[in-house]
Ligand binder design. Structure first.
Ligand SMILES: *Cc1c(COP(=O)(O)O)cnc(C)c1O
Length: 425
């Protein structure tokens, strides 16, 4: 198939994320990827600034991850998890338990981030039912949050960005609060957590859990907020007996400078969702991790178990690659690399602060964001970036990057220069 035939078929028959049919833009066909580079079908090679939406943290075609995949595919690619178990699931769960805070030691493996959020929400509901408090059945979430596209996850996404009105008849109605106003780098102000305290005090009897993306709100607006806000949330959840769900699907595995974003506030959630970088960007896999007492309470309920079990639960191939990805991360100098990327992003992207069209530039860990005053015209910006050998996909007013930790300084230089040029008025 030549490039035109491929594009014609794609346009006529295949959905792309958040895209109309037929598509309103032409995607770039990719044939291979290596390190931080994507190879397009027309022979062009671009530096990937997106790490395939936070996930390819070690870069593409990685020898260690490839080897783990080859070994596992020749042994056992998949088997059902009902009544059976296997080494990749056990080894991955051991690693996750070691990596996460001490009391998080019961692991539910599922196939995608959205599903891990569904699992966390269902666990919270079943927990309170088992505790004979079924009236605790609502969730409190932040505006500007993003937790996935399935119904449960969507119901706790930002109501406006998430277009709740489209599904009003069937979406459960949860509670929302403004996103935290103090940014990560601003000084904390003593009354900045008043609204959240009031909200929780007022509604705690009906709240099963609070769900948040710790420190970094990703797809809902790339907003970095103050760790004190998280500390307050933890205190209030303790005070009023509410579970705290941390969605670290985007932030986990070193992206924001710590292994997990919760570490900035020194808090431990009751339920933790992981995904995206879990397999180093190779396959779809996610995890929901909770405590023994929560797991056992649910199991002692009327249902007698946790009511969930995906067909591809704990897929051995994905688990084996996830083990290799975690080992690679722990043996690499990821902290130094993320700090190096952070310093470069700060100095290079910082130069566009002076553009009249730019609202804000913010950087945390290996995440760099240019926020414009007006929405960007995606195909135009994209073409400008590709012409400079760079792949980033802006949305709304945001042009942002979260590169692989392995990206070297020259590649980073090319990436940031292209971003700055693309938004130059
Ligand atoms: C991407 C993302 C999800 C959804 O994960 P999928 O694998 O796309 O279903 C949920 N929460 C956060 C914070 C995310 O960034």
């Amino acid at each position: 198939m030549n490039q035109q035939e491929l594009l014609d078929f794609d346009r006529a028959h295949i959905w792309h994320p958040y895209a109309p049919m037929p598509a309103d833009y032409t995607p770039y066909p990719v044939v291979s990827a290596d390190g931080v580079y994507l190879d397009f079908m027309d022979g062009r090679r671009v530096i990937d600034g997106m790490a395939s939406w936070w996930s390819a943290i070690h870069g593409y075609n990685h020898p260690r991850l490839n080897q783990a995949a080859h070994h596992q595919i020749d042994t056992l690619s998949h088997v059902m998890f009902g009544g059976l178990t296997h080494q990749p699931a056990v080894e991955l769960s051991q690693r996750l338990i070691n990596l996460t805070p001490e009391r998080l030691d019961h692991v539910f493996l599922s196939d995608s981030g959205s599903v891990s959020v569904e699992v966390a929400l269902k666990m919270a509901m079943q927990y309170w039912q088992a505790k004979q408090q079924p009236e605790k059945n609502r969730f409190l979430a932040l505006r500007g949050g993003y937790h996935g596209d399935t119904f449960g996850a969507m119901s706790v996404c930002d109501p406006v960005n998430g277009m709740h009105h489209l599904f009003q008849q069937v979406l459960p109605q949860h509670l929302f609060i403004e996103r935290p106003s103090i940014s990560f780098h601003q000084p904390w102000q003593d009354n900045a957590d008043e609204t959240i305290k009031q909200m929780i005090a007022q509604h705690h009897t009906s709240l099963a859990a609070v769900i948040i993306e710790p420190i970094v709100q990703g797809a809902g607006g790339m907003w970095f907020y103050h760790p004190q806000y998280l500390k307050t949330l933890r205190e209030q959840c303790n005070k009023y007996n509410i579970l705290l769900i941390a969605d670290e699907i985007a932030t986990g595995f070193g992206r924001c400078g710590n292994m997990f974003a919760c570490e900035y506030a020194g808090i431990t959630p009751d339920l933790l969702c992981l995904g995206k970088a879990l397999t180093g960007g190779y396959l779809s896999l996610a995890a929901t991790i909770t405590r023994k007492d929560i797991a056992e309470t649910m199991s002692n309920s009327e249902a007698g178990c946790f009511m969930h079990g995906p067909t591809f639960m704990a897929n051995p191939l994905a688990c084996a690659i996830a083990c290799a990805s975690i080992d690679e991360l722990l043996q690499s100098d990821w902290r130094t690399n993320v700090a190096r990327i952070e310093a470069q992003l700060k100095s290079k992207l910082g130069t566009c602060r002076e553009f009249s069209t730019v609202e804000d530039v913010r950087v945390l860990g290996a995440i760099g964001v240019i926020e414009m005053k007006q929405p960007l015209e995606v195909p135009t910006i994209q073409a400008k970036l590709v012409a400079q050998g760079v792949w980033c996909r802006p949305f709304g007013k945001l042009l942002y990057t979260m590169p692989a930790y392995s990206m070297d300084n020259n590649e980073l230089d090319q990436l940031t220069r292209a971003m700055v040029t693309a938004v130059k008025p």
